[in-house]
Structure formats: C-alpha cells, structure tokens
Design a protein around this ligand. Structure first.
Ligand SMILES: C[C@](O)(CO)[C@H](O)COP(=O)(O)OP(=O)(O)OC[C@H]1O[C@@H](n2ccc(N)nc2=O)[C@H](O)[C@@H]1O
Ligand SMILES: Nc1ncnc2c1ncn2[C@@H]1O[C@H](COP(=O)(O)OP(=O)(O)OP(=O)(O)O)[C@@H](O)[C@H]1O
Length: 309
C-alpha cells in the first residue's frame, strides 16, 4: 500500500530586532531618511510555514494581537513570496502560515521578520538557489528592516538601514521589553521627527548619520554597562511626543535597575538594557507587578533560517 504523499512544507524562523543605537539624518524626496543603525536580533521570533498552493494565501495567528495584520496582498510576507516566484520563474502559488510573537507595529520589525522568513521558505520550497546576495537584494525591495531580519546577529545598517555590515558582539545582552496595547505607524513617527526638528530646539538632523564608535566597542567587549552609556534612538523624541504615556514605564524601569531604556525603532515597544539574565528577570518581575506587560529577551540571535522537521 502506498501512503498519500505529504505535501512538502518548509518551516522558517526569523527574529525581531532592537535598534541599540539609531541616528536619523535628512529626508530624501522619496520620503526615506538616511539612517545609521546598530541592530541586534533578539530571541522573540516569527515562525512561517510555506506549502504549495494554487494561489498566494496567508493565515496569521500568534501570541500577540494580530488584528492589524493584513491577510491579503498587502501582507509583507505574501509580497515576499510573489517576489521569489517571479525571480525563480515559478508558476505555482504558496500558502503561508505565520505564527507571530513579535508585537505588531511595535518597532521590533515583526512584519520584516515575516517577509525575511517567507523569502527563505519559498526559495527552499521551490528549490531555488538565490543565495545570500540574491535574497538580500529582494529583501531590500520589501523594506528597510527586511535585510537585517535575514542576516540576524548584530550589524550596522546605513543608507535606509539596509546596507549592512556585521558587527562583532561578545557574549549575550539581556533586555526587558515593555509592550504596548496599541502600535505606532513608522512613517508617522519619522514625519513627526522632521516636524519636531523644524519647530523645536531638539537639534538638526546630522549631516552623515554614524553609529558612535563607543557602541561598537561596547558590543565587541560584551559589556552592557559600557553599552548603556551609548544607547540612543533619534526617533524616541517623536515616539514620546506621540505617546507621552511611554515616559512613565521608561522612568519606572530606570529606577528599578535597568542600565538604560530606549524606545525600540519607531516604538512604542521599550527596550531596557540590563546587566545579566538575573537582573533582567528581577526587572521583569518588578515591571509586571507594577502592571506593565514585559518580556525578557536576549541577543544576538541568528537571522531567518530553515528549521528541521
Ligand atoms: C524604524 C526602523 O524600524 C528602524 O530599524 C526602520 O527605519 C523602519 O523600517 P521598515 O519598517 O522596514 O520601513 P519601510 O517599510 O521600508 O518604510 C516605511 C516608511 O518608514 C519611513 N522610513 C523608513 C526607513 C528609513 N530609513 N526612512 C524612513 O523615512 C518612510 O516613511 C517609509 O515609507
Ligand atoms: N506580515 C506582517 N506582519 C505584521 N504587519 C504587517 C505584515 N504585513 C504587513 N503589515 C503591516 O505593516 C505594519 C507594520 O508592522 P510591523 O509589525 O512590522 O511594525 P514594526 O515592527 O513597527 O515595523 P518596523 O519596526 O520595521 O518599523 C502593520 O501595521 C501592518 O499593517
């Protein structure tokens, strides 16, 4: 007796990210800003399963509120799948099953992780061999954060944030993240920063955004205390202006043992740096008892990769 063939199914996991340091320069006519980012991939993951289908379809579930995630052609992972199909000349479709753990519109690049995972999954499913460079090229067409979700680890991103070079990081960094019920729109936060720069005294955009050498040194040394001196995010002023309620948990964290606290990317998730895993656990317990939704994560972790089974 022959058993019916099980359709092939590829499982890829991709990480969320924090911007340990983020400097924003001037804006171009296409609406994009020059940036300098020190990215770190952290242990909060998106899982994507890809299996052959007649059309391009997606289903989304997870441990976070997924109500804001489109399940049609606007879904970034589905757009990634279509790009791979076009690139490989593949004429079938795919069903993507996404299980999300990264907060939606939270500033941790969850949609970008889904897209990176879909690129890798579809390339594997259809027997393509796009390779690191081919995948990176497609990733950059999908969004500024997508190439880093492919690469993972710790890296410096310039240009739109998509021109990457790996950064050395020793050991692990323990972070507590504080999540919000409602997300922030990335373009709106960037626009608000431009507006604040034009109207207030927060200072002008840097001519050439650059990651401070102190950040790279602290990462290389595996020294969270030194890193705390340098963590910074230019989008923070805009995110806090749009969401003043974030000031309270930031202050609470800093008085409860965090070495430093910043808004992650375009927010509203907060990233709190701690000395080690034990301190992170203590901080998380304190913040949870105060009523904040918090999670302990660590970085760096690997980028999008195929999982066994
Ligand atoms: C805030 C960060 O998450 C930090 O890593 C990224 O800069 C945003 O990356 P992303 O969400 O992948 O961004 P995209 O989807 O490419 O762009 C969304 C919008 O964000 C703004 N954007 C994004 C990246 C960049 N360097 N400058 C920008 O001004 C633009 O308005 C753009 O239309
Ligand atoms: N697969 C996806 N997962 C989540 N959001 C998606 C996806 N595809 C499209 N989107 C849209 O993108 C928006 C931003 O989602 P995402 O969760 O990536 O935000 P983010 O983490 O703030 O992004 P970033 O930090 O890269 O700016 C969502 O509000 C949603 O409308």
């Amino acid at each position: 007796m022959t058993l019916p063939a099980t359709p092939p199914r590829v499982h890829v996991r991709a990480p969320g990210k924090l911007n340990v340091f983020f400097e924003v320069g001037g804006v171009h006519s296409d609406g994009y800003h020059d940036v300098a980012s020190a990215y770190q991939a952290v242990s909060l993951y998106e899982d994507v399963w890809a299996q052959p289908g007649d059309d391009f379809t997606v289903s989304v579930s997870g441990s976070v509120d997924t109500a804001g995630v489109p399940q049609d052609d606007r879904n970034l992972a589905l757009r990634a799948a279509r790009l791979v199909a076009r690139e490989l000349g593949h004429d079938g479709g795919v069903h993507l099953e996404i299980v999300k753990h990264v907060p939606v519109a939270g500033g941790m690049g969850g949609g970008s992780a889904d897209a990176a995972a879909a690129l890798v999954a579809c390339d594997a499913l259809w027997g393509g061999d796009l390779g690191t460079q081919g995948l990176h090229r497609l990733a950059a067409r999908l969004g500024a954060d997508v190439p880093f979700a492919l690469m993972g680890g710790t890296a410096v991103g310039t240009g739109r944030g998509d021109q990457l070079s790996p950064a050395l990081a020793k050991g692990r960094f323990d972070w507590v993240i504080v999540t919000s019920e409602h997300g922030l729109s990335t373009p709106e936060v960037y626009r608000h920063l431009d507006d604040l720069r034009a109207r207030t005294d927060i200072g002008p955009a840097p001519e050439v955004p650059t990651v401070d050498a102190g950040v790279l040194h602290a990462l290389r040394a595996g020294d969270p205390v030194a890193l705390a001196e340098y963590v910074r995010n230019d989008l923070q002023a805009a995110a806090l202006s749009l969401r003043p309620d974030l000031r309270e948990p930031l202050e609470a964290a800093e008085s409860s043992g965090a070495l430093a606290g910043i808004v992650s990317g375009s927010g509203p998730t907060l990233a709190l740096l701690t000395a080690d895993a034990e301190s992170a656990l203590e901080l998380q317990v304190t913040l949870t008892a105060t009523g904040y939704r918090s999670l302990h994560v660590h970085g760096p972790v690997a980028g999008a990769r195929v999982m066994a089974g």
